[in-house]
Write a protein that binds this ligand. Structure first.
Ligand SMILES: *Cc1c(COP(=O)(O)O)cnc(C)c1O
Length: 444
């Protein structure tokens, strides 16, 4: 074929491509064929060869495949970052998944009282479990922790002052910045202390008759070392209560188990904040809790009641799938089986010996070596902390190009490049994905 006039018509191409019509529908097939022909025409004007009919059909098929493929796809996380925010944070437990399927595939008691046969409360579902595992008087669930913090500040401090240490004016990532959330809530932020040192007396000096609350935000994703000082939570609570103020504690991760038992630093726990007397404690569902995206607020029953009644609560409420998965995840804690059943805790508690065995199995299938490396918790938890691991470094010429090839696979495998080496950490690869990783490595 040499001239533009030789380009086949759309009808002719359609007749030659019954499979495309069958698979994607006539309209989509026509659109893709038109685009393939338009592209060929454009390219021919700048001197490119006019494609054959087979080439045009292949191009249309590629366009259709691209459109049909969802943009939100499962990937294999071989980075060794357990709560990888870009890769969707916490993988869910089998029970949490089953609960979502059971509730999502049909109707449910989302807002229905089976005993009375009348309207029930959405709020109910996770609350009893939340109080059971944290020891709180009451609790509620919203869309995410950012929303939870916004709701608490809006409902309890709008138009009044909220005191916070300058060392806690943090940016969590994305666009969550504590000062911006404060501004959005209508609370007037009163900063006290300095970046590295804030004393109890700094808070005390800032209290006026306009003060509504003292806020503590956990500096989740960075660490200040050296000449530092901060007021213990229990002291802040005592000061707040002495003045009839509320103490809000934004914990971020909300570790219900002690991270120190795995050689990590101790991540503050909701149970500890509640015992120290915090009036409301807020944390994420999909960080160290290991559940779905959600914002959890636990604490004083009267304050939770105020939050539930606020109009903003309706705008940020949790959906039935999140409530189902969260309840199943909390049940693991209630039964004392979180370490075995919740993927993020399983990954944290994996022994280097077990990880090494899996890396060795990969090495037995593909050329490369097993090297000592470090995994991280991620998700804005435990910055600077690492877990010793063993990674597989496949023998490749160009690590970055090889990493790109792994990403282009199906399912994509996300590896990391360090010291000019491609590294795959078995810790964050689900055990049932080992065969897929080996297949992807064989294709390198
Ligand atoms: C992660 C984090 C948030 C935001 O939580 P999301 O569930 O991601 O909305 C808020 N505050 C702190 C301290 C955090 O670490």
């Amino acid at each position: 074929m040499t001239s533009l006039r030789d380009l086949p018509g759309i009808d002719e191409l359609l007749r030659a491509a019954p499979a495309l019509v069958n698979e994607y529908g006539r309209e989509s097939a026509v659109r893709a064929l038109r685009r393939a022909v338009d592209e060929a025409r454009q390219a021919a004007r700048t001197g490119a060869a006019v494609p054959s009919e087979t080439e045009l059909l292949a191009r249309a098929a590629a366009l259709l495949m691209q459109c049909a493929r969802p943009t939100l796809r499962p990937v294999i996380n071989a980075t060794g970052v357990i709560l990888h925010t870009n890769l969707g944070r916490a993988p869910l437990s089998a029970d949490a998944l089953a609960a979502m399927v059971a509730v999502g595939g049909g109707y449910s008691t989302l807002e229905y009282d089976l005993d009375a046969g009348t309207r029930g409360k959405r709020d109910h579902h996770a609350e009893r479990l939340l109080t059971e595992v944290t020891g709180a008087e009451a609790g509620m669930v919203v869309n995410n922790n950012a929303a939870g913090v916004l709701l608490a500040l809006t409902a309890l401090a709008q138009g009044r002052e909220a005191i916070i240490s300058r060392g806690q004016l943090v940016e969590i990532g994305g666009s969550f910045r504590v000062p911006d959330v404060m501004a959005q809530s209508g609370a007037i932020m009163v900063e006290v202390g300095t970046t590295n040192r804030t004393r109890l007396s700094d808070y005390a000096a800032a209290i006026t008759e306009r003060t509504a609350c003292i806020v503590r935000a956990h500096a989740s994703n960075f660490r200040v070392i050296g000449f530092t000082e901060s007021a213990p939570l229990a002291d802040l609570v005592a000061l707040a209560h002495q003045h009839g103020l509320i103490l809000l504690d934004d914990l971020g991760s909300g570790a219900l188990l002690d991270t120190a038992q795995f050689g990590l630093s101790h991540e503050p726990m909701p149970q500890e904040s509640l015992s120290a007397g915090a009036d409301l404690v807020m944390f994420s569902g999909d960080k160290l809790l290991g559940g779905p995206q959600a914002g959890i607020i636990v604490g004083r029953a009267d304050l939770i009641q105020t939050l539930k009644r606020h109009p903003l609560a309706r705008a940020i409420r949790a959906d039935k799938l999140a409530l189902a998965a969260l309840s199943a995840t909390l049940t693991h804690y209630a039964r004392g089986e979180a370490l075995e059943k919740i993927p993020v805790w399983r990954m944290i508690s994996l022994s280097p010996v077990a990880i090494r065995a899996r890396a060795e199995a990969w090495a037995a299938a593909v050329p490369g070596e097993v090297v000592p490396a470090e995994s991280t918790v991620g998700g804005g938890s435990l910055p600077g902390d690492t877990l010793p691991t063993w990674a597989f470094a496949p023998l490749v010429e160009q690590p970055n190009a090889a990493a790109a090839r792994l990403r282009a696979g199906d399912p994509p495998v996300i590896a990391r490049v360090a010291d000019d080496r491609l590294l795959l950490d078995p810790r964050t690869v689900l055990p049932e994905q080992d065969a897929l990783v080996i297949a992807a490595l064989k294709g390198l």
